[in-house]
Ligand binder design. Structure first.
Ligand code: AMP
Ligand code: ZN
Length: 137
């Protein structure tokens, strides 16, 4: 199993740093975030080290997505969450601070304090079309 000796989440996977684990399987583990955005906020990581979304093995990405789905059901059933956000930050510009791929499972509650990080407003149609043209090449 590939691990990075300097990686915080590899140390958690190995059990060298304590974490409050809530789920484990062959490819993934889930543990509580120490700075929760809401009650029950947890992280899903692959056991194998990968820096981010762009480099994680597709099998580990699929396994993490499935674990996130399982935990989304649990926060709904057991904590009474009214909804769930899954969040992945890929790259420092996208707020990534720990460079071992992870998916945040963030339980949402009616009237919790979290807010969308952007103001929805109609975009420039030409700019949208130009981006779409590049993306579909
Ligand atoms: P990100 O900023 O998307 O890379 O997410 C990293 C997350 O890891 C943050 O929400 C931190 O609160 C969380 N975190 C950092 N260190 C630990 C730790 N030792 N145990 C649990 N969560 C941690
Ligand atoms: Zn790692």
């Amino acid at each position: 199993m590939a691990a990075d000796p300097d990686c915080l989440f590899c140390k958690i996977v190995a059990g060298d740093i304590p974490a409050t684990r809530v789920y484990e399987d062959e490819r993934t583990i889930a543990f509580m975030d120490i700075n929760p955005g809401t009650r029950g906020h947890l992280l899903v990581v692959p056991r194998e080290h990968a820096v981010d979304l762009l480099s994680v093995a597709p099998e580990d990405l699929a396994a993490c997505t499935r674990t996130a789905q399982i935990m989304a059901a649990r926060v709904s059933d057991k904590l009474g969450a009214d909804g769930v956000n899954l969040l992945n930050s890929c790259g420092a510009a996208a707020w990534q601070t720990v460079f071992h791929f992870h998916v945040h499972v963030i339980p949402r509650y009616v009237n919790d304090p979290l807010q969308l990080p952007w103001q929805p407003a109609p975009g420039d149609r030409d700019e949208i079309a130009a981006a779409a043209a590049r993306l579909s090449e």
